[in-house]
Design a binder for this molecule. Sequence first.
Ligand SMILES: *Cc1c(COP(=O)(O)O)cnc(C)c1O
Length: 428
Amino acid sequence: MSPEQFQFNLEFAKDQDHRDALASFREEFLFPQFKGGKCLYFTGNSLGLQPKEAKAALELELEDWATWGVEGHFHARNPWYSYHEKFSPLLAELTGSLPLEVVAMNGLTVNLHLLMASFYRPSAKRCKILTERKAFPSDLYAVESQIKFHGYNPQDNHIEIEASGDSAIIEEAEIERVLQEQGDEIALVLLGGVNYYSGQVLDIPRITRAAHNAGAVIGFDLAHAIGNIPLRLHEWGPDFACWCSYKYLNSGPGSVAGAFVHERHALNRNLPRLAGWWGHNKDSRFQMEADFDPIPGAEGWQLSNAPVLSMAVHKLALEQFSRAGMDNLREKSLRLTAYLEFVIEHVTKNSTSAPFELVSPSDPNRRGCQLSIRCHGHGRGLFQALNERGVIADWREPNVIRLAPVPLYNNFEDIYHFGSILLSILNS
Ligand SMILES: *Cc1c(COP(=O)(O)O)cnc(C)c1O
């Protein structure tokens, strides 16, 4: 189905949903309610919806805790001692990694710091960090505090890649240019795989090659990429990556995050790291030896014992992705987002409003599911009017709305209804 064949009417939307092989996944989620029905939820990029099975998964662990107390570490139905090991195959599948390269642990920003402790090793000559301008604030704080932590000044040692012109798009060629010109001073490149603001997908293999050719280490923040686009981390070869699980991965507010360390580093016992007992050799962990003996692989970066309650939800949420298949989800996602783009164009053509401007890339291969739209001539009032009619979206001052149709639980009908609500607001 090409965008030229799209139609703005309910029958068309229903027909598309009827043909959707992934349609039944929508029934596995709980939606916030509006006037007795599902609201139009477009903020899976911020907090994914709750899988219906989450409650039972949590209750199971609570029961085993009640039944076993401390002995649940070994006797629970899912023994807590080795709980985190269940994530290796699931995360490997979703990120295109080897099982030993991935681990579920901590929060995203914590993992950024832990991985920078190992991979940002500035020397007098090569001490700078390269990021995109307007990185997510937490990443910015993490990067600048790391630079200061090593005794350098962020003003001179933090290079930020500008978006091109007055767009929000970062050109890969610009990153390559800066790496060619200043590469011998850059210790670390740290970029969002999918930009949280524009929804732009970076060409991860291309940028990884450029960073490595410049002699720099490269890591990716995949908060907006994981569960949104297919990933091939092992093959693409970045040194490290990390992500959170509460956005596209539907694992609940503040749930356990994840990290990737490429095989070529994951087995290196001599890499400096900030260590904790859960990263220590499992055979001797409880012997409480004095010498740290890291587990080979990403698991060796763990600090603390596993947060089983949040992991219980994370596990079933990842199993949903495995059942659906990330390539199938991407295929649906491309159609859904193209339909959203079509509907927004249709609506502004049929209203007196100034046309909305796409902040996200227009090339579907350069974006994930999210569209960021600049609403010229409108302010927060438009957002509030949408909200009062049951649309949950995200507003960035002064006039950008971010909408993320998520292929696991959004459908064409959601997008059609959004369009008709938008049209009625613009024409009222
Ligand atoms: C969501 C997000 C975060 C949030 O960090 P937490 O440590 O999970 O609170 C950080 N960076 C990016 C790029 C994000 O999208």
